[in-house]
Design a protein around this ligand. Structure first.
Ligand code: CTP
Ligand code: C5P
Length: 339
C-alpha cells in the first residue's frame, strides 16, 4: 500500500464516565498521533462487569465523547479488552491509552493483546482529575452539608452574606489537585478569530461538571450563529448564585471542559455576571442566549441580561434537557453503595 496516501487511523477506548478534561486531553494527544480518530466507548453492561455501574449511562457517554472536538468517530459498545480483530474491523493502525494500567475484573491488562502485537502507544495521563476524584468531591460535599431542597428559591440572606465578601469561594475547588498551565489552555483552544460577517453568539454560566445538559444547550446556541463565545464565571460568582457548596470544579477546570466541546469557539475566563454594553461591543455580540434554568439577579438586584434585552439581542433557548449538576449528585447519592 502507498504509505503516504494512507491516513493513519488511531483507536482509543474507555469508559468515559462523567467525561472530564482528562479524557479530552487523552483524546487530543491520540488525535495528534494520526489523521483520523476512532473512540470506542464501552456499554453500561461492560463497564458494570469490570468496574461497577457508571454514573452516566451509555447514551450520555456516547454523546459526550462525540462532542469532544478531536473525535472523528465514536464506536459504541466497544469491548473492554482491546483485540486485534477490533482494530482490524475499524482499520485502525494502533491503539492509544494513558500511561496507567487498566485491568479487567480478573486483573488482566486490557491492552495485553495490542501490546504484544506492537499496536499500542501511550499518551500522558492528566494528573489531578479522574471520575473517582470528582465523585469523591461530590460525596464530600453532601456529607458535611445539608442538601438544598428541590425548590429553586434560594435563601436571600445566605446569598446576600456570601455576596458581601470578595473572598467567598466554594470550599471544594480547593480540593482540586490539577495544576492548570497556559500551555494546556493553548492546546485546548481553537485559536480561530471570528471571520468578517460571522454571527457572534454569547452565553455565560457556571458550566460546572460539564454534562450532557450543557452540551445540548451549546448545540442549540451554536445553531444561532457562526462563532460561539462562552463566558465562564469565577468561583466566587458561581458560589454566590449556586449556593455555598458550588462550584465543584474550579474556574480552570471548567474552562478546559468547555474548550474541549466542538461547538465552542472561544471562552471568556472569569466573565462578569451581568452582560455589559462594553462586553457586547468588545466581542461584537449579535445574540446572547440562556437556557430554561433560573436566572439569578446580580448583587445589585438587577437582571444580568438587562442590557442585551434592551438591545433586542437576547434569546431564550430550550436545550430539551433537564439535567443539572445537582441531579448528577443525586444520582451518585442514590447509587452510592454501588461505587
Ligand atoms: N485518562 C487520562 N487522564 C485522566 C483520566 C483518563 O489520560 N485523568 C485517559 C485514560 O488513560 C484512557 C482514556 O482517558 O486512555 C479513557 O479511559 P477511561 O477508561 O474512561 O479512563 P479511566 O482511567 O477509567 O478514567 P477515570 O480515572 O477518570 O475514571
Ligand atoms: O447552570 P449553568 O450556569 O452551568 O448553565 C449554563 C447554561 O446552560 C445556561 O444558559 C443554562 O440555562 C443552560 N443549560 C440548559 N440545560 C441544562 C443545563 C444548562 O439549557 N440541562
Amino acid at each position: 500500500t502507498d504509505k503516504k496516501s494512507k491516513q493513519v487511523r488511531v483507536w482509543v477506548d474507555g469508559c468515559f464516565d462523567m467525561v472530564h478534561f482528562g479524557h479530552a486531553n487523552a483524546v487530543r494527544q491520540a488525535k495528534q498521533m494520526g489523521d483520523y480518530l476512532l473512540v470506542g466507548v464501552h456499554s453500561d453492561a461492560e463497564v458494570a462487569k469490570h468496574k461497577g455501574p457508571p454514573v452516566y449511562n451509555e447514551e450520555e457517554r456516547y454523546k459526550m465523547v462525540r462532542a469532544i472536538k478531536w473525535v472523528d468517530e465514536v464506536v459504541e459498545d466497544a469491548p473492554y479488552v482491546t483485540t486485534l480483530e477490533t482494530l482490524d474491523k475499524y482499520d485502525a493502525d494502533f491503539c492509544v491509552h494513558g500511561d496507567d494500567i487498566t485491568t479487567t475484573a480478573d486483573g488482566q491488562d486490557t491492552y495485553h493483546l495490542v501490546k504484544a502485537a506492537e499496536r499500542y502507544k501511550e499518551c500522558k495521563r492528566t494528573e489531578g482529575v479522574s471520575t473517582t476524584d470528582l465523585v469523591g468531591r461530590m460525596l464530600l460535599m453532601t456529607r458535611t452539608h445539608h442538601q438544598r431542597g428541590s425548590d429553586t428559591t434560594v435563601d436571600k440572606t445566605e446569598i446576600g452574606a456570601i455576596g458581601q465578601g470578595h473572598s467567598a469561594r466554594s470550599p471544594w475547588t480547593g480540593v482540586s489537585q490539577f495544576l492548570p498551565t497556559s500551555n494546556k489552555i493553548v492546546q485546548f483552544s481553537e485559536g480561530k478569530e471570528p471571520k468578517p460577517g460571522d454571527k457572534i453568539v454569547y452565553v455565560a454560566g457556571a458550566f460546572d461538571l460539564f454534562n450532557v445538559g450543557h452540551l445540548d444547550f451549546l448545540q442549540k446556541a451554536a445553531a444561532e450563529g457562526d462563532y460561539i463565545i462562552v463566558g465562564i464565571h469565577t468561583d466566587p460568582v458561581v458560589n454566590r448564585y449556586k449556593g455555598s457548596n458550588y462550584p465543584i470544579m474550579n474556574l480552570h477546570e471548567r474552562i478546559l471542559s468547555v474548550l474541549a466541546c466542538r461547538y465552542v469557539s472561544e471562552v471568556v475566563i472569569g466573565a462578569p455576571y451581568s452582560v455589559s454594553a462594553d462586553l457586547m461591543n468588545h466581542f461584537k455580540v449579535d445574540t446572547v442566549c440562556h437556557g430554561q434554568t433560573p436566572i439569578m439577579s446580580d448583587v445589585d438586584g438587577k437582571d444580568p441580561y438587562a442590557i442585551p434585552k434592551e438591545q433586542g439581542k437576547f434569546k431564550m433557548l430550550d436545550s430539551g434537557n433537564v439535567l443539572t449538576t445537582q441531579a448528577i449528585i443525586e444520582r451518585i447519592i442514590r447509587h452510592r453503595l454501588d461505587y
